[in-house]
Design a protein around this ligand. Structure first.
Ligand code: ZN
Length: 257
């Protein structure tokens, strides 16, 4: 009999992942707002240390959550799978990535855009945390012959995520470069990899056809053109809402410090 993963079970899992990602974002954001001196230079070494520590700390929790969920899925489907191993990049890789991200964000700070700088730093940390969950799911799925799908979630879904979701279920063994997804996802991405061991298993939270239709109907011939045209539509819908949220957040931080 086909198994169905309820929307509620899926959202329970993704909400817990999201809470960790959001906590990492908040930690980093607050640190920047509190530590950027009104005169003089920010100590970039301290900044990077904070980024690595926040990403490690919250990333470990997300990787453990993802591994536990993987094991639960395998058990529920009667799959002959090895116990999932949480995946973390080496410290060296993380230090390097955070150095690149902080250098890239630096012009914002130099231009006096503390808020923009804080957002870029926090996003880099949050993306790293998310990567640890997605890599855990993907690498264990590859080892155990599972299929994966990218299920959009949260209030904002980016065009790239819609294009991924439109692919439907794929054998994990065929997935190419790791981190490919994590590198493209938007700042507040709450989409996650779902897995299944049996082709008949369905997710209540995933309507693959809906995303295939959005993608199929989008203007453009190449996938990049299609992603761009979906992005333009989404951007027009969300622009005002997002700007307002960012302003409120910054005002609350500054007033509440
Ligand atoms: Zn997304």
């Amino acid at each position: 009999m086909a198994r169905r993963v309820s929307k509620r079970a899926w959202e329970g899992y993704t909400r817990r992942l999201e809470a960790q990602r959001a906590a990492a974002y908040d930690d980093a954001y607050e640190w920047v707002v509190r530590n950027v001196p009104s005169r003089g230079r920010l100590d970039m070494k301290r900044l990077r240390l904070m980024m690595v520590e926040a990403a490690n700390h919250h990333g470990k929790s997300t990787a453990a959550l993802a591994a536990t969920w993987f094991d639960q899925m395998a058990r529920a489907e009667g799959a002959d799978a090895m116990k999932a191993v949480p995946v973390n990049d080496t410290a060296k890789t993380r230090v390097k990535r955070m150095a690149i991200c902080s250098n890239k964000a630096l012009p914002k700070l130099e231009a006096g855009d503390v808020e923009g700088f804080a957002r870029a730093i926090a996003s880099a940390v949050a993306a790293d945390v998310k990567r640890q969950a997605t890599n855990t799911v993907m690498l264990n799925a590859q080892k155990n012959g599972a299929e994966y799908a990218w299920i959009p979630g949260g209030a904002e879904t980016c065009a790239f995520c819609i294009a991924l979701a439109a692919n439907g279920w794929q054998p994990a063994a065929k997935a190419t470069a790791m981190g490919e997804h994590a590198d493209h996802i938007h700042d507040n991405c709450e989409c996650e990899f779902a897995i299944r061991f049996n082709e008949s298993t369905e997710y209540g939270a995933y309507d693959a056809q809906k995303y295939a239709d959005i993608y199929g109907d989008a203007d453009g011939r190449s996938s990049q053109d299609k992603i761009n045209s979906i992005r333009r539509e989404l951007y027009a819908e969300n622009r005002d809402k997002i700007n307002e949220q960012h302003r409120e957040r910054y005002a609350a931080m500054n007033g509440g410090g």
